[in-house]
Design a binder for this molecule. Structure first.
Ligand SMILES: Cc1ncc(COP(=O)(O)O)c(C=O)c1O
Length: 420
């Protein structure tokens, strides 16, 4: 159903581990994100087992940055892949030492570099020439030698949505291989910088091993081009992007990827690093919503629910298709419907043309596989409060984010006159 048996029906009801989703919705209201701790542990073990004890697995914090999720992954031994100073402060708040983190991000600012240098991140993934100058200046001012991994763009096209393909020729990410020689020369002649690795990230929701192999081969060929491109280089970071099923298609060939890339990296004496986000947490979450009403317009039947694009952007942003199921299946006949939210945008939909059993007002649905890029991309558009989040673990569960209050929505705003 959702790529994990941690969410399943017992009789007519949908359960997450040993908690009935309907009970969680009664207790915490909707829209509500429900996560399965066991599913995250399953996925972590799967990735660790596939890549072996020597690989450095850095969870991509952007996928789901809730402090409790970070703590759960930290307790399993994860490293962390960060893309902003905010994410660095977040992992600190979760009690994680910065030495377990690598700092990527397409446009790092000076304060972010200073903070990461002060806290001692494991490596800076450098994306652009101007960033090398900034790093150099910070290293000099702080009298430090900063570890640098160069993010290169290997020019590998991948079969995924255009918005999550990051290694096409004309991408803003990384340094093109044709220009990377210059970047390496600039890094290695700087006494404040130390070239420690190479980094690529091809995109997200990939389904094949071949692009990862092609990228490695291009980087290896680049390294062969000059001694200074290899000296002191310890790791190769293959990025993230391992796809999940979203209810259809084949499972990602994780074991094949791991064995192929581990052998390739070992042949060059490089430690493997990886940055999975979605694969670790995507299947571990569902978004629960309540039916507000129905209507028909033209030839389309709409089911209006209380969750919307601000709670889950992926359908609107990437045309993503998440399975939608009733939280209690009464076995009624199915009909094709569009599941839409209350936000004032035609792009506000959670699913379109989906066969669902007839649902009455007040009944609930679960949008599956929303543990990644769900809550972390949620906004308060239309002055809607973001969903609460709960983490189920066995028979117990814990709220890990309360729904914000309306006052919190405008807490930072400065009206001309205080009307409160
Ligand atoms: C540099 C980098 N690493 C890792 C990831 C994680 O990707 P995924 O969640 O698809 O594994 C991303 C996603 O945007 C990324 O940009």
């Amino acid at each position: 159903m959702s790529g994990t048996d941690r969410f399943s029906y017992r009789g007519r009801d949908l359960w997450c581990e040993d908690s009935r989703i309907e009970d969680l919705a009664e207790e915490h209201g909707t829209p509500l994100y429900v996560y399965s701790a066991a599913c995250i542990r399953d996925r972590w073990r799967e990735v660790r087992l596939a890549f072996g004890p020597d690989a450095q697995i850095c969870y991509a914090v952007k996928a789901n940055s809730n402090l409790a999720i970070l703590q759960l992954l930290a307790s399993l031994g994860a490293g962390f892949d960060l893309v902003s100073g905010g994410e660095l402060l977040r992992v600190q708040r979760a009690g994680v030492d910065a030495s377990r983190a690598i700092f990527a991000g397409a446009g790092k600012q000076r304060w972010e570099i200073e903070l990461a240098a002060k806290l001692g991140v494991r490596a800076f993934q450098v994306e652009s020439p101007h960033e090398i100058e900034l790093l150099s200046a910070v290293a000099k001012a702080m009298a430090k030698r900063l570890p640098v991994a160069l993010r290169v763009n290997p020019g590998v096209a991948v079969d995924t949505h255009a918005y999550i393909a990051t290694a096409k020729r004309d991408s803003k990410f990384g340094v093109e291989l044709e220009r990377a020689g210059e970047a390496v020369a600039r890094i290695v002649r700087d006494p404040g910088l130390q070239l420690v690795g190479y980094h690529v990230h091809l995109g997200s929701q990939l389904r094949e091993v071949a692009p990862y192999v092609r990228a490695f081969e291009r980087v290896a060929e680049f390294m062969d081009g000059a001694e200074q491109r290899r000296a002191g280089v310890r790791h190769y970071d293959l990025g993230g992007g391992f796809g999940i099923q979203y209810g259809h298609g084949a499972a990602f060939p994780l074991v094949e990827l791991a064995s192929t890339l581990t052998a390739l990296a070992a042949s060059r004496g490089l430690q493997l690093m990886l940055e999975p986000g979605r694969y670790l947490v995507g299947d571990a979450g569902v978004l629960v919503a309540e039916v507000l009403g129905h209507k028909r317009a033209g030839d389309t039947d709409f089911v209006l629910v209380d969750a919307a694009m601000n709670d889950l952007m992926r359908p609107s942003l990437y045309s993503a298709e998440h399975p939608v199921v009733p939280c209690r299946d009464e076995g009624r006949a199915e009909a094709k419907v569009d599941v839409v939210g209350p936000v004032c945008e035609s792009g506000d939909f959670l699913a379109r043309g989906r066969a669902l059993p007839r649902l009455e007002i007040g009944e609930r649905i679960a949008v599956l596989a929303t543990g990644a890029y769900g809550a972390s991309m949620a906004s308060c558009y239309n002055s809607r409060r973001r969903p609460a989040e709960v983490l189920v673990d066995g028979a117990g569960h814990r709220r890990i984010r309360r729904r914000e209050t309306f006052e919190e929505l405008w807490a930072g705003e400065e009206p001309t006159e205080d009307t409160a």
